[in-house]
Ligand binder design. Structure first.
Ligand code: EPZ
Length: 422
């Protein structure tokens, strides 16, 4: 296992180009299974989660090649197996979403239940409810979900019990080849859902309303191949903006849409940062400015994203004043708290660990800390950059799931950080 060794006390300074969104690209790879032609994805980030999806499709016989333009070429017609095994699905739960496309295109599939992860039990009941409503016969067998339909899936009206990003994406994708017009209500509205709909429409689907709580999918008989590039990664953009603010530095993030981060930008301005919005870029300057603590309540888009909660906690640890952070999406997403406390943070958990009360301290002190999940590891790297002294962040494979070349990028922003094998 590798670790990151960080010498703290540096104010970030410089600029980066944000990658394509991890949480969009992995959806596009799943949805490509619907196509009866080759799909090419450009500007794909080099991330563990993307590699896991490629490995999964390869396991099913789908030919996936990286061409000389570093684009991902997916040839779904080469598929030989409709089974997604546990050992792959457990490492990246979003791979569960191959179930719907396989049933829709081939009439059958067997996909391992994804199981929980560090941040919560993460059930898939809304996914199964939607697939059953579309006419799939869904059964469970030894930890696997089997789905079968004779002929085409049939359109339905489906109301999600609550806002589920993966559920909305999964059922929207499965309905593309269904007979008739499917209406999904109480949908999640994340930008990655709009991106997925745009991609599917490029391939010949007819989806309207993605990005709102009501989505209409007019079923078509087939999807062609095509070319697509995913949107910018709003969580990676936010992570670097927070890192610059927490370290008292300045940054320009290129390939960044302010409209995808309105909640974060409002909170960073409230925290005292100077923000400038350019054409497809965001500049933040915290040089010589006092960091002020801000209260956070996570929620479905466009509310403050749960995927930036841990990073903002680090910022609050270093800010003047007290603040509260309420996590409303996942039941166990404060595992970075004990690690931050080891670095001198003052944080108290309340309300069955759904609220963190943070009291800003003058400084954090470097320590040996351990990553527990993707976004918690980002918060620890930010803490290490801002802290006095040396910090080592262990189990850095977590961070490689969602942040491309983090140490190289941080080095270019002036940080003394290096990766070491253990
Ligand atoms: C997506 O997860 C993202 N992952 C997560 O990002 C993100 O935190 C989350 O949306 C919320 O924005 C990807 O896009 C690959 P949900 P997802 O379905 O789809 C419960 C990261 O760090 N639920 O909106 O799993 C669920 O347990 C990752 O990049 C059910 O109960 O999120 C959770 O408590 C982490 N039943 C809540 O709903 C279901 O059938 C929201 O989950 C589905 C979900």
């Amino acid at each position: 296992m590798a670790l990151l060794r960080i010498q703290g006390g540096t104010a970030l300074c410089g600029d980066i180009v944000a990658s394509s969104a991890k949480n969009s690209v992995i959806n596009l790879i799943s949805a490509a299974l619907l196509a009866d032609g080759s799909v090419t994805l450009g500007n794909v980030p080099h991330l563990r989660d993307v590699s896991t999806m490629i490995e999964l499709l390869g396991h099913m016989g789908v030919v996936v090649v990286i061409n000389d333009r570093m684009e991902l070429e997916i040839h779904p017609n080469a598929i030989t197996s409709m089974k997604a095994p546990y050992e792959l699905v457990k490492t990246m739960r979003a791979s569960f979403n191959v179930l719907g496309p396989l049933i829709a295109r081939y009439g059958e599939a067997e996909v391992s239940l994804p199981g929980g992860c560090a941040i919560g039990t993460r059930p898939v009941d809304q996914h199964l409810k939607g697939l059953r409503a579309l006419g799939a016969d869904i059964t469970m067998h030894e930890g696997y979900v089997r789905g079968v339909v004779s002929g085409r899936l049939q359109a339905a009206r489906i109301m999600f019990d609550f806002s589920t990003v993966g559920g909305t994406e999964h059922i929207m994708t499965a309905a593309v080849l269904a007979e008739g017009t499917t209406v999904l209500e109480n949908c999640a509205k994340e930008p990655e859902i709009e991106d997925l709909a745009r991609f599917l429409n490029v391939l010949g689907a007819d989806i309207r309303g993605a990005g709102t709580s009501r989505i209409e999918i007019h079923g078509v008989e087939r999807l062609s191949g095509g070319y697509y590039e995913a949107i910018s990664d709003r969580i990676e953009v936010g992570t670097y903006l927070i890192a610059a603010a927490a370290s008292g530095g300045s940054i320009t993030v290129n390939n960044a849409l302010a409209s995808h981060n309105t909640a974060l930008l409002a909170k960073l301005q409230e925290a005292g940062a100077a923000i400038e919005i350019g054409d497809n870029c965001i500049t933040l300057d915290m040089t010589g400015r006092q960091l002020k603590a801000v209260n956070i309540v996570t929620g479905p888009y466009p509310a403050f994203p749960t995927d930036l909660q841990a990073q903002m906690m680090t910022l609050n640890c270093l800010a003047k004043g007290a603040s509260s952070i309420q996590e409303t999406i996942f039941e166990n997403r404060f595992m970075h708290v004990p690690e931050l406390i080891r670095m001198g943070a003052e944080i108290e958990l309340q309300n069955n660990n759904s609220v963190a009360l943070v009291k800003g301290v003058d400084r954090l002190v470097g320590a040996q800390v351990m990553a527990t999940d993707l976004r918690a590891s980002a918060s620890l790297v930010i803490a290490g950059i801002a802290a006095d002294g040396e910090t080592t962040v262990d189990r850095v494979y977590h961070i490689d799931r969602g942040y491309q070349q983090i140490e190289e990028r941080m080095q270019r922003l002036g940080v003394d950080i290096r990766r070491e094998a253990r």
